[in-house]
Design a protein around this ligand. Structure first.
Ligand code: ADP
Ligand code: MG
Length: 445
C-alpha cells in the first residue's frame, strides 16, 4: 500500500497529471524535518520540482499534519533499461516538434542598430553568411534589449540565404518540455534525432531557464556537442554571462565560452528615438519627431516598455480620435510611467521579502538598508542567494533591487553557496523555510 502522502496527491491531481508525472514517485525517507521522495527519471524530477512544489507541500501537510520540506532525488532505475529506451512511461498527447515558429517582424531590417550594438550586429550578420564561423555565438544582456529579436533575425536570414538548411529556434523551456514529453512517450530517440541530427542551425533562447534543471542541462550538453562537432552553428541567448549560469556544469559553461560571447547593451537615447519610430512603423503609424523624442527620453532601455507605450498611444489615439501630438503623448506616457507604481499583485521580490521577514524577523527596510547586525546580514545574504538561485535573477537585477554593489551580491551568493556545499543544516533549513513560506503564505494568486 502506498504512503498516505502519495494517496493524497493522487486524489488532489487530475487523472491525466497523475498518470503523466506521478506514477513513479515514491517515498524514500521521512526524516525529522523533511520528506525525501525518489523518482526514477531525472527529467521527471526537474518537472515535478518546477511545476508541482505547491501541491506536494499541501499533500505533506494534510498527511502528516505539519509543514515539512521536501526533496526529490533521482535514483536511476537501471541504466540499461533507460538506455534501451524501454522505459515505458504513461503516454502523453503527441505534440509535434516546433521546428521554427518565428515572429515575422523580428528581422535584421527591423532591428535598429545604434553605436552600442554595432559590433554585435556585425557578428550576427557574419554568422548568417558563414554559419559555423563563430561557434557557438553566445549573446547575453538584460530584459527587453532585443535578444529574442536578434536570435530570430539570424534564423530568418539564414533561411533566406540557405533555404535547404534546417533552422531550429527554440526557447530552453520548450526544449525541456519537448524532452520531457518525448521521454514520457518513450520517444527520446526521436527527440535526439530531431535536435542532434536534423538541425543544421540551433538557436536557443533564454538558456538561464535551465538553472537548476540538471536533467535538461545534461541533454543540452550532448546535443551541443554533437552539433558542434559536426560544425553546425549554435546561437544561445541568456540574461547573464556563461559564468553566471549558476549550477550549470563547468563543462557546459566552457563549451558556451568556446566561440564568441557578446553582450547586448541598452540603447542610448538616440537609439531609443530611432527604435520608437521603427516600432510605430511596425504598426503602420508615423511618429512625429517630438513625440519620438519624448518617448526616448521618458522611457528607459527596456524596449518592451517602449513598445507597450507606443501601442497604448496608438490604441488611445484611435479610441479618442485624437492625433498623436506631443501633449497627447505626454498624457499617455505619464500614465504609463505611473502604471508600475499603482497597486499591483505582489512580485516575486515582494513575496520573498515578506517571507524573509516572517521567518527571520528582518524587515524589507533592513534588508535594503546598511545594518551590519549579524542577523540582518544573514537575512540579506539569504534573500540575495534565493533570488539568484531559485528565481534566476541576474546579479545586475538583484543589485538594483536592494541598492547594493554587484560585488556585494556576488559575495553573498558565494557565502551562502559555500554553506550549502558544506551541508550546513542551519542555512539549508532557513533556505527551505523561506522558500516554503513564499509558496504557502505568499503564493501568487
Ligand atoms: P529580449 O529578448 O532581450 O527580452 P526582445 O527581443 O523581446 O527582448 O525585444 C523587446 C521588443 O523590442 C521587441 O518587440 C523587439 O522587436 C523590440 N526591439 C528590441 N531591440 C530592438 C532594436 N534594436 N530595434 C528595433 N526593435 C527592437
Ligand atoms: Mg527574449
Amino acid at each position: 500500500m502506498s504512503h498516505r502522502i502519495i494517496r493524497i496527491l493522487e486524489k488532489k491531481l487530475s487523472k491525466k497529471t497523475w498518470d503523466n508525472w506521478f506514477t513513479t514517485l515514491e517515498i524514500k525517507e521521512i526524516t525529522g524535518d523533511k520528506v525525501i521522495f525518489k523518482v526514477g527519471n531525472l527529467f521527471v524530477k526537474d518537472w515535478l520540482q518546477s511545476r508541482y512544489g505547491k501541491v506536494i507541500h499541501r499533500a505533506i501537510h494534510e498527511a502528516l499534519g505539519k509543514d515539512l520540506n521536501f526533496e526529490i532525488i533521482y535514483e536511476s532505475p537501471s541504466k540499461e533499461v533507460f538506455e534501451a529506451n524501454e522505459y515505458k512511461g504513461p503516454l502523453v498527447k503527441k505534440k509535434p516538434l516546433i521546428l521554427s515558429e518565428l515572429n515575422p517582424e523580428y528581422t535584421f531590417e527591423n532591428f535598429v542598430v545604434g553605436t552600442e550594438n554595432k559590433a554585435l550586429f556585425e557578428v550576427a550578420q557574419e554568422i548568417c553568411r558563414k554559419p559555423g564561423k563563430f561557434n557557438p555565438f553566445f549573446i547575453y544582456g538584460g530584459v527587453g534589449l532585443g535578444k529574442t529579436h536578434l536570435l530570430q533575425a539570424i534564423a530568418h536570414r539564414i533561411l533566406e540565404l540557405f533555404p535547404e538548411k534546417k533552422v531550429l529556434y527554440i526557447t530552453s523551456e520548450q526544449f525541456m518540455n519537448d524532452m520531457v514529453d518525448s521521454i514520457k512517450r518513450g520517444s527520446i530517440r526521436d527527440f535526439r534525432f530531431q535536435y542532434r541530427k536534423k538541425a543544421d542551425v540551433l538557436l536557443i533562447d533564454d538558456v538561464q531557464f535551465l538553472i537548476g534543471k540538471e536533467g535538461t542541462q545534461r541533454e543540452l550538453f550532448h546535443t551541443f556537442n554533437e552539433l558542434h562537432d559536426a560544425g553546425k552553428q549554435i546561437v544561445i541567448c541568456s540574461d547573464r554571462t556563461p559564468d553566471e549560469l549558476n549550477g550549470f556544469p563547468d563543462r557546459l559553461i566552457s563549451r558556451f565560452q568556446m566561440g564568441m560571447v557578446m553582450e547586448i547593451l541598452p540603447p542610448s537615447r538616440e537609439t531609443r528615438y530611432e527604435i520608437a519610430k521603427r516600432l510605430a512603423k511596425r504598426e503602420s503609424v508615423d511618429l512625429s519627431d517630438d513625440v519620438a523624442m519624448e518617448l526616448a527620453s521618458k522611457i528607459d532601455g527596456n524596449l518592451r516598455r517602449l513598445r507597450g507605450a507606443i501601442i497604448k498611444l496608438i490604441i488611445q489615439s484611435s479610441m479618442y480620435k485624437e492625433e498623436i501630438d506631443l501633449s497627447f503623448a505626454r498624457q499617455i506616457i505619464g500614465s504609463f510611467q505611473t502604471d508600475s507604481s499603482r497597486v499591483r499583485p505582489l512580485t516575486d521580490v515582494d513575496r520573498l521579502l515578506k517571507a524573509v521577514e516572517k521567518v527571520m524577523g528582518v524587515t524589507p527596510e533592513e534588508i535594503k538598508g546598511t545594518s551590519r547586525t549579524k542577523n540582518v546580514v544573514k537575512a540579506r545574504q539569504l534573500f540575495i542567494y534565493i533570488l539568484k538561485q531559485e528565481y534566476g535573477k541576474s546579479v545586475q537585477e538583484i543589485a538594483q533591487v536592494i541598492g547594493k554593489k554587484h560585488s556585494t551580491v556576488i559575495h553573498s551568493v558565494k557565502q551562502i553557496g559555500n554553506s550549502v556545499l558544506k551541508d550546513n543544516k542551519y542555512i539549508k533549513g532557513l533556505i527551505s523555510e523561506i522558500s516554503n513560506t513564499v509558496t504557502t503564505d505568499f503564493a501568487a494568486s
